[in-house]
Design a protein around this ligand. Structure first.
Ligand SMILES: Cc1cc2nc3c(=O)[nH]c(=O)nc-3n(C[C@H](O)[C@H](O)[C@H](O)COP(=O)(O)O)c2cc1C
Ligand SMILES: Nc1ncnc2c1ncn2[C@@H]1O[C@H](COP(=O)(O)OP(=O)(O)OP(=O)(O)O)[C@@H](O)[C@H]1O
Length: 299
């Protein structure tokens, strides 16, 4: 997969394009991607997911289900050929709907097919909709497909709903809406190395400050290292027993694993909430609880 962030990117080849924020790439988004990938295969053309980087636009970065790197990882798995993360700016914000279509579909992406969700809006003040996209098909030589909103329990699936469920630590609902376990992907960093002195070396990630976190606490997890999957016990929080609690870590004790993985890229999938993070009176108290957490996960 090609991951492009350059405003000047142009596709000379014909493409099928899908547009949106795609935070989390949930089961609704997946329908759009599946449709686009099917068209791409049938037509022998590239599948482009076009999204916008709002970093220079929003005063405060929005909290997200997936980091850009995690979203790229899912896009690749789902068969996207080009992830185009366009830097949103005044020029784009000011484009009339027709200008937006002309610019992205004709001039930049050579789109022959476009797949969108029924409520997708584009152009200045979000004034363009699916009907307008259809109206310009002949003029700009593409066909459009509009996908109805996917629901779960009669409610439309949205990234906003999922962000709320993550904050409530309702991982089973989160999984039903996303279609996969909520996960962290990142590089293993050095911790205080205290874990190994108490018999529990941990693999530490520093979550992106923009990532939505569930409740601080201990979770049953699965850890993917070098394409191998291991069981794990993960603590998300500020380690009040041993630290000054100024920054959040995602720390995992990996069962039946004893290798140096510093700087490796790993995935931690959260399976189940076990207990809230606690401040223990002593490291020994923490150690006893860790033994119990691990025994619980071992089953
Ligand atoms: C399964 C698990 C549960 C944990 N629970 C707590 C906790 O309840 N309270 C706490 O202060 N720290 C908790 N921790 C964090 C430990 O304090 C930390 O992993 C340990 O001190 C090692 O830190 P280091 O990797 O920086 O050396 C937990 C860690 C793990 C892996
Ligand atoms: N439940 C859904 N079913 C089908 N398509 C969807 C669904 N939700 C969003 N889409 C479509 O997927 C694309 C990307 O959606 P986008 O991420 O912008 O919105 P969203 O998922 O509703 O998130 P938010 O809650 O942040 O508005 C858009 O074309 C949108 O219409």
């Amino acid at each position: 997969m090609l991951y492009v962030k350059d405003k000047n990117f142009i596709s000379k080849e014909n493409t099928v394009v899908t547009f949106g924020k795609f935070d989390g790439i949930h089961n609704g988004h997946r329908l759009l991607i599946e449709k686009a990938v099917r068209i791409g295969h049938e037509q022998g053309i590239k599948v482009v997911l076009c999204t916008f980087n709002m970093d220079n636009w929003n005063a405060k970065p929005q909290k997200a289900i997936t980091t850009p790197d995690e979203r790229a990882y899912i896009c690749e798995k789902y068969g996207i050929d080009v992830l185009y993360e366009y830097p949103f700016d005044n020029e784009i914000a000011g484009m009339l709907p027709e200008e937006f279509l002309k610019y992205f579909l004709k001039e930049k992406l050579n789109a022959k097919f476009v797949v969108i969700g029924a409520d997708w809006r584009f152009g200045k003040n979000r004034s363009g909709d699916a009907a307008l996209l259809k109206a310009y098909e002949d003029k700009y030589c593409y066909s459009s497909y509009v996908i109805e909103k996917e629901t779960y329990n009669n409610t439309e699936i949205s990234s906003t709903w999922i962000r709320n469920e993550i904050e409530k630590s309702d991982l089973s609902t989160v999984k039903k809406l996303l279609g996969y376990d909520y996960f962290f992907k990142g590089k293993v960093v050095h911790g205080k190395q205290l874990g190994r002195t108490i018999g529990f070396p941990t693999l530490n990630l520093i979550p992106s400050p923009n990532k939505i976190l569930p409740e601080y606490g201990v979770y049953e997890s699965e850890v993917v290292i070098d394409n191998h999957m291991y069981k794990g016990v993960t603590n998300i929080g500020i380690r009040p027993t041993i630290d000054d609690g100024t920054y959040v870590t995602v720390e995992t004790f990996v069962l039946d694993f004893d290798e140096d993985v510093y700087d490796s890229d790993v995935i931690i999938r959260l399976k189940k909430f076990i207990r809230p993070e606690q401040k223990f009176d002593s490291v020994n108290g923490l150690k006893k609880q860790l033994e119990a957490d691990i025994a619980f996960v071992r089953g």
